[in-house]
Design a binder for this molecule. Structure first.
Ligand code: V47
Ligand code: SF4
Length: 372
């Protein structure tokens, strides 16, 4: 670390970048202005080194993965997010809705895969309230008690509780009693109210998204957080998003991982927007890692960015690779990512080992199951 530090001090970079670098080496928190400055620099190697310092402090040489599969109960949705390639109206071609029995059949298919987690996210169905989802969670737990149930974005929770005429507090407690163990980080999109109103006008608002996660954390339900980036936002808006997460985490300490989601443009209303470059993606991982010093893990979702970019992201602060077994999510394939993405755990292990890092198979709450 001392060598890296002295190399950075000898670089021809601005004094303010050197000051930010010193803060990172000293494990001091960087400010919002610092984060904007890091986004604005083209010194990608510097960002990699600094993100590596924070990553190493939080998880050493470990890179985590877990064995999970996704179930998407429906793509019928009452909302109209303009970036969504997946949503359909009831009765429209391409719409699906799985019954609880269909979901149990789906689980049966994955029985021999070694999966320890089921990840459930879907559209906000107009006729399914919280009671339907409580029944779903109970049925899954009964059929597959060994699976950790990570389910429902804050947006789904918000709207299913409204439909069931109960508060989020009551709904989450009932879901937890039924077997819900953690929540994914979707639906965060971008917190900036003006931009959010433009890209996903009828979605749960930013403050409510954060409140629902706060309630979950208080009830002992850990969650993840995401950002949808590369869709019309500027760096200040990205940093505002990161800052609201950092402030919430200071109060609750319930976020396990942060997952930047790169905007994919096929088959949605923003097909004219150019997707971010790999350089921008790496920069975004790095600044997120450095800024969010209180969220323990930074996850790359490889079905969205590809395996090679995911491997490279490990040099920019990422310590968790998601998506192992026959990844069954359609959210990204319908927006232009690789279809039917799959990776064997051996493939992920080799990607990690090539960088002299240590692959760690984890459970859903980051307990170590096996070191490779
Ligand atoms: O909330 C939808 C995003 C999210 C597009 O918590 C898009 O472990 C890019 O949250 N381009 C759902 N993104 C997926 C999600 C997730 C994924 C993997 C792991 C975890 C976790 C959570 O997908 C949505 C939205 O932000 N999304 N459409 C699109 N065109
Ligand atoms: Fe519905 Fe989610 Fe698509 Fe928005 S992103 S329209 S909430 S399925």
């Amino acid at each position: 670390m001392n060598t890296a530090r002295s190399i950075i001090q000898s670089l021809h970079i601005s004094a303010s970048l050197k000051t930010i670098a010193e803060k990172v080496f000293n494990a001091e928190r960087i400010s919002m202005e610092d984060a904007v400055e890091l986004y604005n620099t083209s010194e990608l190697a510097l960002l990699g080194v600094l993100a590596g310092v924070t990553k190493k402090r939080l998880s050493g040489d470990y890179v985590y993965f877990n064995r999970n599969f996704h179930v998407e109960p429906t793509n019928i949705c009452v909302n109209h997010c303009k970036f969504c390639s997946y949503r359909r109206r009831e009765g429209q071609k391409g719409a699906w809705e799985l019954s609880i029995d269909d979901i149990l059949t789906e689980i049966e298919k994955h029985k021999k895969s070694g999966a320890t987690e089921i990840h459930i996210v879907g559209g906000v169905h107009p006729n399914r309230d919280v009671n339907f989802y409580i029944e779903m969670v109970q049925a899954i737990k009964k059929t597959a008690p060994h699976l950790h149930i990570k389910a429902f974005t804050a947006v789904e929770i918000d709207q299913m509780c409204q439909m069931g005429n109960i508060t989020v507090e009551e709904g989450l407690q009932k879901l937890k009693d039924a077997g819900l163990e953690s929540m994914p980080g979707g639906g965060a999109e971008i917190f900036d109210e003006k931009l959010r109103a433009n890209i996903c006008p009828d979605k749960t608002g930013s403050e409510e998204w954060l409140r629902i996660h706060t309630v979950a954390h208080k009830l002992g339900i850990p969650t993840n957080a995401t950002i949808l980036y590369g869709l019309l936002e500027n760096y200040e808006q990205r940093v505002d998003h990161l800052n609201r997460l950092r402030e919430t985490q200071e109060k609750t300490n319930g976020f396990n991982a942060f997952i930047p989601l790169k905007f994919k443009r096929e088959n949605n209303e923003y097909s004219r927007v150019r997707e971010t470059t790999l350089i921008e993606d790496l920069k975004n991982y790095a600044v997120s890692r450095i800024f969010l010093d209180n969220i323990p893990h930074l996850k790359a979702y490889w079905p969205m960015i590809g395996k090679q970019a995911a491997q490279l992201s490990l040099e920019f602060g990422v310590d968790d690779l998601d998506g192992t077994i026959d990844d069954s999510t359609k959210i990204y394939s319908m927006a232009g990512s690789e279809e039917n993405p799959a990776a064997s755990s051996n493939e992920l292990i080799n990607l990690i080992k090539e960088l002299q890092l240590i692959p760690v198979e984890r459970d859903s709450v980051y307990n170590i199951l096996k070191l490779y």
